[in-house]
Design a binder for this molecule. Structure first.
Ligand SMILES: [Zn+2]
Length: 279
């Protein structure tokens, strides 16, 4: 049984300037691909199963599937709640065996974000789960590309206080990164990242890694990003694989074949990302 990317593992990755890939899963095919990519590279991976997926499919069923896939994997597979704004949802996921959660108070004032985040940390401690929070505010939508521009950047001095006051284990930074694909190239502010890393001891998290050039991601990892969130490119790869299979299918009903194609393409895509950034 290898369920979990524990706090110690995240810290060890951070200490050696490596990162774990965290991919959003809306279904079982993606969960299987995440674990398969971890096994293909021998690296830990994180499956992010969260609020938006719960709105699509039976939440407890998807969580049970994620746990089964994680437990059966030959590498550590973390189960992470991404961008939750709800302490009750966090408690439900902790009860269900999540190894980490993200509390997102980034739309709140600094004081309110600090208070909400500290409560999430308090809720997670008895479970041994680690907590990620966000300071500054990332623009764009979690589940589809909106062409958003950069959001509100993370202030290094506020970040130092926020980490100390909340006791979080990982900090999601806003340094020009955006959720979803963008109309203009994303320009990461690596100078800001360096200033944040200099005053915060915790692993940093980069959301919206899809579409950012490999060498920029590698530079961010070298500066202290220890968790890379990807979603938009995976969604596109998933749909693209199924569309290509359907277009080539004279029977027009080979759903099993399309699902297999999606799993294959997602596994290859995730494997190449892990090899590029985290191995
Ligand atoms: Zn995000």
């Amino acid at each position: 049984m290898t369920l979990g990317v524990e706090r110690e593992l995240l810290r060890a990755l951070h200490a050696t300037r490596r990162a774990v890939l965290a991919a959003v899963a809306y279904d079982l095919v993606t969960l299987e691909a995440i674990a398969a990519a971890g096994e293909a590279t021998g690296c830990p991976v994180i499956a992010q199963v969260g609020s938006s997926a719960f709105g699509l499919v039976h939440g407890p069923g998807l969580i049970a599937a994620a746990r089964a896939v994680a437990v059966g994997a030959a590498v550590p597979v973390g189960l992470h709640l991404d961008h939750s704004r709800d302490l009750d949802e966090i408690r439900r996921c902790l009860d269900a065996g999540y190894t980490s959660v993200m509390i997102d108070g980034s739309r709140l004032s600094l004081g309110a974000n600090t208070e909400l985040t500290a409560r999430a940390v308090e809720a997670a401690r008895p479970y041994g789960a680690w907590v990620e929070a966000e300071l500054g505010h990332l623009s764009g939508d979690e589940d589809r590309s909106t062409g958003a521009g950069a959001g509100e950047p993370t202030d290094p001095d506020e970040a130092a206080r926020f980490v100390a006051d909340t006791g979080i284990d990982a900090l999601a930074v806003c340094i020009g990164n955006v959720h979803g694909r963008t109309t203009r190239p994303v320009a990461l502010d690596l100078g800001r990242l360096e200033r944040i890393a200099a005053v915060t001891p915790v692993p940093l998290v980069l959301h919206g890694a899809s579409g950012v050039p490999n060498e920029v991601i590698s530079a961010a990892v070298a500066l202290g990003v220890a968790k890379l969130n990807v979603n938009a490119d995976l969604r596109a790869a998933h749909l693209g694989a199924m569309a290509a299979h359907a277009a080539a299918d004279s029977t027009c009903d080979d759903l099993p074949g399309a699902l297999s194609a999606a799993r294959r393409v997602l596994t290859a895509h995730l494997t190449s990302l892990i090899q590029a950034f985290t191995a």
